[in-house]
Design a protein around this ligand. Sequence first.
Ligand SMILES: *Cc1c(COP(=O)(O)O)cnc(C)c1O
Length: 361
Amino acid sequence: MPSLEEYAGEIKELWDSRWLTNNGAKHKAFKEKLEAFLGVPFAEPVVNGHTALELSLQALGLKGEVITTPFTFVSTTHAIVRCSLKPVFCDIDPDTGCIDAEKLEALITENTCAVMPVHVYGHVCDTARIEEIAKRHSLKVIYDAAHSFGERVGDRGIASFGDISCFSFHATKVFHTIEGGAVCFSDPDLSEKLKEMKDFGIRDEEHVDEIGGNGKMNEFSAAMGLCNLRHFDQAVEGRRVAVTCYRERLSGVEGLILPPVQKGITENYAYFPVVIDEKLFGVTRDELAQRLAERGILVRKYFYPLTNALECYRGRFDPKDTPVALNISERVLTLPLFEELGAEGAGRVSEEIINIRKSQL
Ligand SMILES: *Cc1c(COP(=O)(O)O)cnc(C)c1O
């Protein structure tokens, strides 16, 4: 969070203007700063990341099947289904956790209209291969970029890939606006459409063009975004220190597979997932999580269960269709990671993990 003073200063004008939402001064300033920061022609702030995904699918007027990944937060799959589209699940690359682009083409049918990959953990998808296949089959590409805010591939910003890239600015993300998100794209035609669609489809006082919903970001969230953008580098640096410590302490621990370092990527260090090889590590993922919890260390089983294994989709999808994702989801843990964790915190977590393994030998 920014300091209370900084945030108070940012929202002070709202008490004078009484303009709290609907494209106010903070929204305008935030949108401008966001576009410059991300290096995209258009970044439309919205109420949350989930709405960014739904609005994108709707704005592109998609119908039919969308190829996506089950190894993600539930929002990605729900967005597709809630827009009356059919998710078709592609398996993942076991190293990055992102969609396996080599398995994508085999899933394309005459009903396929789009691909929705996820830069999971901030690992960058094989964008070149995905977009080459999409182009050949005239498919739209919408990235769920919720984990990858501020990342760069070479000198290109992550938000510039695909037809659309969607971010979440939820309080738990590396960059946040309390609740919030953004839809990023370069097609100017989409700009008016999205502005209308996030505001009930309203063009002006007497004209409603679209059957839109309410996806507007309010002024208090935009103000939080303006503050947090100033401290983004610092937030990433704090995480980098912790991740560097995790890598130093945990590499070479038998039975623990660390995430890859992707070449040419400027990372945001959003998550630090480790995959447990039970035979070599001596305890299962679930036991490790349990024992860490007993020591006051909270880890998350991100992403377990797969979205195609959730109760609400029972009978509709089968996680066995994506065996690599199923396997990883049963063995992965994300370790504690936040700006203030520091080498000390990451060191303590690492030590406990090593102790738990040793106690098994
Ligand atoms: C957080 C997240 C979302 C949803 O974003 P909200 O802002 O919480 O609506 C969607 N996809 C992924 C991968 C996420 O991590």
